[in-house]
Write a protein that binds this ligand. Sequence first.
Ligand SMILES: NC(=O)c1ccc[n+]([C@@H]2O[C@H](COP(=O)([O-])OP(=O)(O)OC[C@H]3O[C@@H](n4cnc5c(N)ncnc54)[C@H](O)[C@@H]3O)[C@@H](O)[C@H]2O)c1
Length: 434
Amino acid sequence: MNVSVIGAGYVGLVAACCLANSGHNVICIENNREKCLMLINGHVPFFEKGLEALLARGLENGKLNFYSNISYAKYSEVIMVAVGTPSQPDGRVDLSQIFRVMSEISEMISTPVTLIMKSTVPPGLGLQLQQRFLNGNSHLISYVSNPEFLREGRAVKDWYDPERIVAGTEIPGTIEILRKLYNDIGAPLCIMDISSAEMVKYASNAFLATKISFINEIANLCELVGADIEPVARAVGMDSRIGSHFLQAGLGYGGSCFPKDTKGLDFISTLNGHTFNLLKAVIEVNARQRVVAIRKLSRMLGTLCGKRIAVLGLSFKPGTDDIRESPSLDIIRMLVDEGAEVSAFDPMARLPQHRGIPQGFIMCTDVLDALESCHGAVVITEWREFVELDWEKAHSLMIPPRVVLDGRNCLDPLKLSALGYVYAGMGRMSGKLC
Ligand SMILES: NC(=O)c1ccc[n+]([C@@H]2O[C@H](COP(=O)([O-])OP(=O)(O)OC[C@H]3O[C@@H](n4cnc5c(N)ncnc54)[C@H](O)[C@@H]3O)[C@@H](O)[C@H]2O)c1
């Protein structure tokens, strides 16, 4: 099929590369010229395992082409929209990228096309978009909501092996187009109306975020009553009605989806006259978890003022360089505000200048350099580099009291204590402070 993908971000680029790899002729439109040029030259602008090889193959066999002007998408049978839908400060979803693309598509289309909405958009928006942008040429443009569930760090695998494909449409013919497009993907197809498909995405992310905040609340309570979250979470998760995923206590969720989608759903609820108290609590618990970490560090060190702290990990999870809404950003800001000096290391992620990170913050290119002369360290991301670190050597580089706050419960508390560290996890028995 002749397919265009609009937006070459984490979702759009994976979609474009995978669709080309599946044999479709793909045009990917990326309006950031610098990014577009990188892609034309075979460079992926972010880190995602396996993507560079797919990009190279697509460019080499001519199945994949990049342009910055949307007019190249004009004669495609399918246009997939994968532009960003970030959060506004009040939690509202910023739909400006969607509106712009919809307006451009509606103006340029002159032959029949299936428009697949991959971006996460609020429930009800698809119907509005059709009314607002497609009324004049609804005979040409068939709209289908097809939310994406891939996870950064394993996006290519998730693309080919999703647990379900959700399709929301009012036009039965578009389902056949989707089947053709995804003919090499064996997942069940869940067909429904547009607004319901949009809701599936928000409900899924909100539920996963709820699991994370729930286990963090249990972890905090574990510390108070002298229980240990690790065996608790393991045994709770063995109940198949609950499941073990997203039951890892720690610093809370971050990334480009859970924070904005939980806040977005909360906003939509309020807008529709519903107070989603459960979701509000999930969001609040998540924000508080970062403060809990700072409070722990401060108590372990007496004060943070004048102390040097190593921040290990910037990305919101291992396997990606994505730092959007990562706990690292809040924790670095709070540490600096408290008067600490901060040195940070991440195997993949970098902090761009514009992130509002204050002075007094040093980015290191080696984990041991980051730890040198530090009074304490906080593990933000459970990268293998930190789990398998030579903690004995790190001990000789750090200075007393050598505090380690394991924000992901990924280190061995007994080993670190035996080496002479003051160790605390999140909800772990050894992390009890009082
Ligand atoms: N990142 C994820 O893990 C993930 C997973 C599932 C769903 N989603 C959803 O998918 C959507 C995209 O997410 P993302 O993380 O890929 O976003 P992103 O910000 O990484 O990428 C969006 C890309 O679109 C480009 N763009 C914006 N307007 C454009 C236009 N008019 N023409 C051409 N290109 C344009 C931007 O320059 C950017 O490169 C969002 O709605 C997000 O919620 C993301």
